[in-house]
Design a protein around this ligand. Structure first.
Ligand SMILES: *[C@@H]1O[C@H](CO)[C@@H](O)[C@H](O)[C@H]1NC(C)=O
Ligand SMILES: *[C@@H]1O[C@H](CO)[C@@H](O)[C@H](O)[C@H]1NC(C)=O
Length: 176
C-alpha cells in the first residue's frame, strides 16, 4: 500500500516536472552501420510536456529532407537531399513520435549525420534535437564476405570428400 502510494506520488511528481520542463526528445534511434541492400529505419520519440507540437524536422548533414507540421494544411513536406529517399507508405508521424523508412540507399551518399528536431508552438517555441551518425556499409564488404564464405564451403567440401575417400580406402583395406 505504502509502496504504491510512493510510486504514485513519484509518478505524479514526474508528470509535474515533465510539464514544467516542457518538450523533451526522449528517444531517437538510427543504425550506426547500415546494409545498403536493406531499408533504413529512423525513429524519433518525444514528450511534449504539455506543449503543442509545431514541427518535426529531419536533417541529413544539416540539410532538411522531411518536415511534419500537424497543424499545416499539408502536414508533410519533403526536400530533395542526395542519397535520401523516404518511403512515404511506410513512414508514420504522430504527435508523440515520427518513424521514417528510407529506401534505395546508396553508398556513400546515404551515410551521414541524421538529426531529428522537434519544436513546440507559441508561446514556448522550444526546440529539442538528437543526432546519430550512420555509415552505409559498402557492397564490397559483403562481396568479400560472400567470397570468403564460398571459399570456406569449398574447402570444407574438399576436406570432407578427402576424408570420405580415406575412410573408404581404410575400411576396404582389411577385406582386401
Ligand atoms: C528507444 O527505442 C528503441 C527502439 O524503438 C528501443 O529499443 C529502446 O529501448 C528505446 N530506448 C529508450 C531509452 O527508451
Ligand atoms: C558524428 O561524427 C562526427 C565526425 O564525423 C563527430 O564529430 C560527431 O561527434 C559524431 N556525432 C555523433 C552523435 O556520434
Amino acid at each position: 500500500m505504502f509502496g504504491t502510494t510512493v510510486v504514485c506520488l513519484i509518478a505524479a511528481l514526474q508528470i509535474l516536472v515533465d510539464n514544467c520542463l516542457g518538450l523533451r526528445l526522449t528517444n531517437m534511434t538510427a543504425p550506426a552501420l547500415q546494409d545498403p541492400r536493406r531499408d533504413m529505419e529512423l525513429h524519433c520519440r518525444f514528450d511534449m510536456g504539455g506543449e503543442e507540437l509545431y514541427a518535426v524536422k529531419w536533417y541529413k548533414d544539416d540539410h532538411e529532407f522531411f518536415r511534419y507540421t500537424p497543424a499545416a494544411a499539408v502536414s508533410i513536406t519533403q526536400f530533395p537531399v542526395d542519397g535520401v529517399h523516404v518511403d512515404r507508405q511506410n513512414s508514420r508521424c504522430m504527435p508523440e513520435g515520427c518513424d521514417l523508412l528510407l529506401k534505395e540507399l546508396s553508398r556513400p551518399q546515404s551515410s551521414g549525420a541524421y538529426r531529428c528536431e522537434v519544436s513546440s508552438e507559441a508561446p514556448a517555441f522550444r526546440l529539442a534535437s538528437q543526432t546519430h551518425n550512420v555509415t552505409v556499409a559498402g557492397e564490397i564488404f559483403y562481396m568479400e564476405l560472400n567470397h570468403d564464405v564460398a571459399l570456406v564451403v569449398v574447402l570444407i567440401f574438399l576436406l570432407l570428400t578427402n576424408g570420405n575417400l580415406v575412410l573408404q580406402t581404410s575400411s576396404e583395406l582389411p577385406e582386401a
